[in-house]
Ligand binder design. Structure first.
Ligand code: PMP
Length: 437
């Protein structure tokens, strides 16, 4: 009797416990690199978050929401977005997109942009659908497409180094129009666009967006437009919203993040803006998964947007000040890296910068027959031996293309001046050691 019981128990235990949709999704480089940075880094320019304080007006709004007279802010709010927040977002994006928006049906608040992305893939991508992803890409797109049963189809931005010996810019990484067009077929359900792009900092031009839009309309394809860095644009460049181009509103979900917009990544407030015909399905996913994010955080973000609405385009606006400060930080890091020969690719937007490590190759011991890309070994060696944390660029490529881009690492420059100085000191010392050895 016991024998029989034991066997049936064992049989049950040997069945895989995890759902098939998780197969191959269990590895995540962020866990590894965040741990390495926590253990070894003296200066962490790896993961993307500011180490400077959030603006006072926003933390004050949070404190008021927390301790002010309205105790109902500690309770549930509307599932698809706290009413004051969806209202001000509808007002704000009306200005940006040039069309009237209904706060109740054209805007949905999510747990960070991350959950807005997850809702898009779950709601819009079916078993067998293809989703075009432009490389290099924010790494969660691929597993999210696969978890929805879709197949990612990759198309690379190709670097065209300037001939005059000048530093490369993120604008020098471009899509090949014919190659892009060749990825669209009757199986294509959506394309993921991320402008400004993490990790390169590329801000897609009107021409590039027009080409993508034309293909979306021609093939009846949806666009998931991740615009979390929409305010972080430099050198007077302009962020163009693909939803505002001809024929695109009806097929685009635009995604934003308070984390990036107001330097509060830990609050995890994000949103999706789009036509009801798409958002109604995102609401179904949201309703049946997380329901909503913290009411107090939504209330404070609403107040932040109300302030920004009044100050729109004025010098006091945070959306004017933040990019100005970040551009200065970008320029410091560009100088530091260029000074030691770790050639930076100057980003037009975001708070990331990709640098070429080819000249530092000899510092890091080669591991013959390793299938780990060189940039990944380099980044691990650098944090362990120099105390400087960055993220290998190959992380932002599909498995098939990882080994074609292994000479670059990504730095985050949304950091205090002191942090960037400390990074500069490490790089200078490293260079001196190289030249004296
Ligand atoms: N999209 C991109 C391109 C990002 O870089 C990030 C954050 N690193 C997100 C989405 C996620 O944003 P959030 O923190 O609001 O979830």
């Amino acid at each position: 009797q016991t024998h029989f019981l034991f066997h049936s128990l064992q049989a049950k235990m040997s069945r895989p416990v995890q759902a098939r949709r998780l197969e191959g999704r269990d590895k995540n480089i962020w866990v590894e690199f965040v741990n390495l940075a926590a253990t070894y880094s003296k200066v962490n320019l790896g993961q993307g978050f500011p180490d400077f304080p959030a603006p006072d007006f926003l933390t004050e709004a949070f404190a008021r929401a927390l301790g002010g007279g309205n105790h109902m802010l500690h309770q549930y709010t509307r599932a698809f977005g706290h009413p004051p927040l969806v209202k001000v977002l509808a007002q704000f994006y009306k200005k940006l997109l040039g069309r009237d928006l209904d706060p109740m049906t054209n805007v949905m608040v999510t747990v960070g942009a991350y959950q807005a992305l997850f809702c898009c893939f779950q709601a819009l991508v079916d078993e067998g659908d293809e989703v075009i992803i432009i490389e290099p890409f924010f790494d969660c797109y691929e597993p999210m497409v696969k978890m929805a049963g879709g197949t990612p189809v990759f198309v690379p931005l190709r670097p065209n180094p300037p001939k005059d010996g000048k530093l490369m810019s993120s604008a020098d990484w471009q899509l090949d129009p014919a190659e892009l067009a060749s990825k669209f077929s009757e199986r294509t359900k959506a394309i993921v666009l991320n402008s400004p792009n993490n990790p390169l900092g590329k801000v897609f031009s009107r021409g590039e967006l027009g080409l993508i839009a034309e293909l979306c309309v021609k093939h009846d394809v949806l666009c998931i437009s991740d615009e979390v860095y929409e305010w972080l644009i430099y050198d007077g460049k302009q962020h163009i919203r693909i939803a505002s181009l001809q024929g695109m509103w009806d097929r685009t979900v635009s995604i934003g993040s308070a984390g990036k917009t107001f330097s509060v990544t830990g609050w995890k407030v994000g949103w999706a803006v789009g036509p009801d015909r798409l958002l109604q399905h995102l609401r179904t996913v949201h309703q049946n998964s997380v329901y909503h994010c913290a009411t107090i955080a939504q209330e404070a973000v609403a107040q932040g947007f109300q302030r920004e609405f009044m100050l729109y385009g004025k010098p006091e606006s945070y959306f004017v000040q933040l990019p100005k400060e970040l551009q200065q930080k970008r320029d410091w890091l560009v100088q530091s890296l260029d000074g030691v020969g770790m050639k930076p690719i100057i980003p037009e937007g975001t708070y990331f910068l990709v640098a070429d490590i080819s000249q530092f190759k000899s510092d890091v011991p080669d591991v013959p027959n390793s299938d780990e890309p060189y940039d990944s070994r380099f980044a691990k060696w650098m944090v362990k031996n120099k105390g400087l944390a960055a993220i290998p660029l190959s992380t932002f490529y599909s498995e098939a293309h990882k080994n074609s881009y292994t000479n670059f690492i990504r730095f985050c420059f949304a950091k205090e001046e002191a942090t960037l100085k400390a990074a500069n000191d490490i790089l200078q010392k490293w260079k001196q050691e190289k030249t004296s050895s």
